[in-house]
Design a protein around this ligand. Structure first.
Ligand SMILES: C[S@@+](CC[C@H](N)C(=O)[O-])C[C@H]1O[C@@H](n2cnc3c(N)ncnc32)[C@H](O)[C@@H]1O
Length: 283
C-alpha cells in the first residue's frame, strides 16, 4: 500500500509532539515493561564503557539513560527523534540522572545526517516499524557506524501475538464504522512483524550477520484502565480511528475497549501478552 512518506511523517511528528508529556509520564511503566528486553538489546550490541552509541527514535529517553549509564564518561550518546518535545524530555531525564553529556538531534531518522563512521553502535527501540521507509533509516544508521559496528533494534512482532492491540483496533473500528487498517501497512505497528521483513530490510541496507529473535515482553499493569490510559497518552493509531466521533462516543469506545481488555486480568494484576522481535546486525 502506498503512503506519502512526507505527509505521513509530518502527521507522526505532530501526533508525538502532542503526546510528548503523556508518553513521558508513562516512562516508569514503559521502563518496567521493556527493562529486560532493553538490557539484552544493549548486550547484543556490545554497549559498554567508552562505546559511542546512536539512539534512533529515542522518545522520552528511557533507553537513552540506560545507554548513558553503560557507556560512562568516556563514551558518547546521541539521541535522535522526530519530536523535539520528546527529545527535550529525554535530555532532561538524562541531566537529572547526572548525564549532562548526552547529545540530542531532532529530525527524521530516514534522513539522519551524522558524521559517517562515527559510532560503534546504533540502536532503535520500538521505532523502526513506525517509519514508512525503514530501509532508509537503516542505511543512515549503517553509514553512521564504523566498520564492524553493531546495530540492534526492537519492533512489534506478529499481530496474533499482540492481542491487546487487536482488541483495541477491532473495537475502535467497530465504533467508528471504518474498515480495519491493513496490519502490514508501511509505518504501522506490525509492519515489521511479518516473517522475513526485518531480515529483508537489513540486507537491503547492506548489513551482515543479521539475527532475528522473538522476545516475550508481557505488559504488566495494575488494571486494564491503566493500559487504556497509556494508549490514550501515546500517539497511537486508535486516536486517529476515533477522531471523527464526538467526545461522548469516543469515551464510549474507550470504555468498551477497557471492558474487553479485562480478559487479560490475572488475579489482582493485569498482564497484556506482548511479543517483540529483536534484530541485531553488523556493518
Ligand atoms: C513507540 S515510541 C518509542 C520511543 C522510545 N524509543 C522508547 O522505546 O521508549 C516511537 C518513537 O519514534 C519516534 N519517531 C517516529 N517516526 C520517526 C522518524 N521518522 N524519525 C525519528 N523518530 C521517529 C516518535 O517520535 C517516538 O518517540
Amino acid at each position: 500500500m502506498e503512503v506519502d512518506p512526507v505527509a505521513f511523517k509530518e502527521a507522526a511528528r505532530a501526533a508525538w509532539e502532542r503526546s510528548a508529556a503523556g508518553w513521558d509520564a508513562h516512562t516508569p511503566a514503559v521502563h518496567r515493561w521493556l527493562a529486560a528486553a532493553t538490557e539484552t538489546m544493549l548486550d547484543l550490541a556490545a554497549v559498554g564503557p567508552g562505546s559511542r552509541v546512536l539512539d534512533v527514535a529515542a522518545g522520552a529517553g528511557d533507553q537513552t539513560l540506560a545507554i548513558a549509564r553503560r557507556v560512562g564518561p568516556t563514551g558518547r550518546v546521541l539521541a535522535n527523534d522526530l519530536s523535539p518535545a520528546l527529545l527535550a524530555l529525554a535530555r532532561s531525564r538524562c541531566r537529572k540522572a547526572g548525564f549532562d553529556g548526552v547529545e540530542t538531534m531532532a529530525g527524521d531518522a530516514e534522513s539522519l545526517r551524522v558524521e559517517p563512521e562515527s559510532f560503534d553502535v546504533a540502536v532503535c527501540r520500538l521505532g523502526l516499524m513506525l517509519f514508512p521507509r525503514p530501509v532508509h533509516a537503516l542505511r543512515a544508521m549503517r553509514q553512521a557506524l564504523v566498520a564492524g559496528g553493531r546495530s540492534c533494534s526492537l519492533v512489534f512482532g506478529r499481530p496474533d501475538r499482540n492481542p491487546c492491540v487487536a482488541v483495541l483496533m477491532k473495537t475502535a473500528v467497530a465504533h467508528a464504522g471504518v474498515p480495519m487498517p491493513d496490519p502490514g501497512r508501511p509505518g504501522g505497528l506490525f509492519s515489521l512483524g511479518i516473517p522475513g521483513a526485518l531480515e529483508r530490510i537489513h540486507e537491503e541496507a547492506g548489513f551482515r550477520e543479521i539475527a532475528v529473535s522473538v522476545v516475550d515482553a508481557p505488559f504488566e499493569l495494575p488494571s486494564a484502565g491503566h493500559y487504556i490510559d497509556f494508549i490514550r497518552s501515546s500517539a497511537s493509531p486508535i486516536q486517529q480511528i476515533l477522531a471523527s466521533l464526538d467526545a461522548g462516543r469516543q469515551q464510549a469506545a474507550w470504555d468498551d475497549m477497557r471492558e474487553r481488555l479485562e480478559i487479560f486480568r490475572d488475579g489482582d494484576r493485569w498482564v497484556g501478552p506482548n511479543e517483540l522481535l529483536r534484530v541485531s546486525a553488523r556493518r
